[in-house]
Design a binder for this molecule. Structure first.
Ligand code: NAD
Length: 494
């Protein structure tokens, strides 16, 4: 078992002070293959103190110099590409087709892009008559607490670390407890890159101990969190006692709307990708498919046939599209939702049984599962299930589709499939979500902001807007007249 992994605190790679560890289990075979340190609030305290001490020096450095460290981290990620995609796949089951083609190259690219655009942060200059100039200056916030989920372990960490560091903050990063290994390799890269001690700290452990200690620590200026909406609510309530801001990227229950005039091939391909990429473990997955009555039968037949053909099995194989889900408890939770839908009036079209082939029987696999004629108000259609599991509902009019789409506590993303782009735009305007695609689903590039509304959270990741999450606008007023201009001036001068 690989036990080399250590946390990063104050520039040093360390084990937990108690010696506690966590086994990391490969969900493809259910076997532990690595051991990571299990940190505690003690390590959080040390990490925050180190970040606090390092922050003024880091912030005073020219942003171009800070950027050089990000470029070096990107270089090291690229150098260890083969090890990293394999590790990513083994720790949470993301198929190689995702981890090798997306996660690792994107993590490196994102560091480089942020290292460039983060240098250009500017404020406003405002004339106030002829007697004063007012300006705003974008300043770092201080020490940030960054908390990330397991479905894109390295990419989500980099999406927070890169803007946090380039803007002059220091940070303590808490990766997911079931899949911390690629982020712990980042810890080693930070040391190799010569990143000044305390600038980036990484503490592994459970959310209820390490995560909460980070959220309530008085020296932490802001929490930037990606994860489940219920965890987000808990974090916000803990942070509220200190009026601490929380940037939140939370869950989704996203709609995929197919109108009668849609290009059938494109819609089926889009629905397969949107539903089953990363075995459906994406905040942006389309788990509610609303299909207009005229195309319903043809769409469903094609969609089910295509889903049936998706290669499922060992996620290290290049041809695998459906790997295991991240851990046993998650598999069990998905199965409970499927059982619930099975007891309802929804019709099971595909899946519904635990896979039992030689490659899947020991792991935590869920086969692509499709229900039709789902009640849009049912638990199955309202709760985020976060697996390769989707429900279809038939609708009559575009207005009805918009109403169905908005009938959720989430507001992350949605897509509309139609050849009538004008109608698609009208529907996009009416849908309450952070992203609406027309004839696309799950197209995400980091030059474009990503984030939701409602219980999907309210912050922005990616793009130049992300930089605003990591900085504050300070207003500075300069008097040009040489004497204070106040309404009480005459009174005071008497
Ligand atoms: P999760 O909320 O269980 O855990 C996320 C992180 O929070 C982990 O590091 C965990 O240890 C930590 N945590 C848990 N409880 C905590 C607490 N009380 N205090 C502080 N930290 C705590 O989420 P998950 O299961 O790891 O990830 C899946 C979820 O993430 C889904 O809901 C998915 O939609 C969401 N997600 C959202 C986005 C987005 O951009 N909106 C992106 C990826 C994932």
């Amino acid at each position: 078992m690989d036990e080399k992994y250590r946390m990063l605190i104050d520039g040093k790679l360390v084990q937990a002070s108690t010696g506690a560890t966590m086994e990391i289990v490969n969900p493809a075979d259910g076997k532990a293959f690595a051991i990571a340190p299990k940190g505690s609030p003690v390590e959080v305290g040390k990490a925050v103190d180190a970040a606090w001490d390092a922050q003024p020096g880091w912030a005073s450095m020219y942003s171009g110099e800070r950027g050089k460290f990000l470029f070096k981290l990107a270089e090291l990620i690229r150098k260890e590409y083969d090890e990293l995609w394999r590790l990513e796949t083994m720790q949470y089951g993301g198929p190689r087709s995702k981890t090798a083609n997306f996660d690792i190259p994107v993590a490196a690219d994102m560091l480089e892009w942020m290292a460039g655009i983060g240098r250009g942060l500017s404020g406003l200059t405002l004339p106030v008559g002829s007697s004063a100039r007012a300006m705003t200056v974008r300043e770092p916030l201080g020490v940030l607490g960054l908390i990330t989920p397991w479905n894109f372990p390295l990419v989500t960490a980099i999406a927070k670390v890169a803007p946090a560091l380039i803007t002059g903050n220091t940070c303590v990063l808490k990766p997911p407890s079931c899949a911390p290994l690629t982020v712990l390799r980042l810890a080693e890269f930070a040391v190799e890159a010569g990143l000044p001690a305390g600038v980036l700290n990484i503490v592994t452990g459970h959310g209820s101990s390490v995560g909460e200690a980070l959220v309530v620590h008085p020296k932490v200026a802001k929490i930037n969190f990606t994860g489940d909406s219920s965890t987000g609510k808990r974090i916000m309530s803990l942070a509220s006692s200190a009026v601490k801001p929380v940037a939140s990227e939370l869950g989704g229950k996203n709609a995929f709307i197919v109108l009668d005039d849609a290009d059938l091939d494109a819609a089926v391909e889009g629905a397969i990708w949107g539903s089953f990429f990363n075995s459906g473990q994406n905040c942006g997955s389309c788990s509610r498919l609303f299909v207009q009555e005229g195309i319903y039968g043809r769409f469903v037949e094609r969609f089910v046939e295509a889903a049936r053909r998706l290669p499922m099995g060992d996620p290290l194989k290049p041809e695998t599209m459906i790997g295991p889900v991240a851990y046993k408890g998650h598999r069990d939770s998905i199965e409970r939702f499927v059982e619930g839908a099975g007891r309802s009036n929804a019709g099971l079209l595909l899946g519904g049984e635990r896979p039992s082939s030689a490659e899947t029987k020991n792991g935590f696999f869920v086969a692509p599962t499709i229900f039709e004629e789902c009640d849009p108000k049912s638990e199955f259609m309202q709760e985020e299930i976060f697996g390769p599991v989707v429900g279809l509902t038939r609708f009559k009019t575009p207005d009805e589709a918009v109403a169905l789409t908005n009938d959720t506590r989430y507001g992350l993303c949605a897509s509309v499939w139609t050849k009538d782009v004008r109608l698609g735009m009208v529907m996009a305007n009416q849908i309450k979500a952070g992203t609406v695609w027309i004839n696309q689903h799950l197209a995400i590039v980091f030059e474009i902001p990503w984030g939701g509304c409602k219980e999907s959270g309210w912050s922005k990741e990616n793009s130049t807007l992300a930089l605003e999450e990591y900085t504050m606008q300070k207003h500075v007023w300069i008097d040009l007249a040489g004497t204070p201009q106040t309404p009480w001036q005459d009174l005071i001068r008497q």
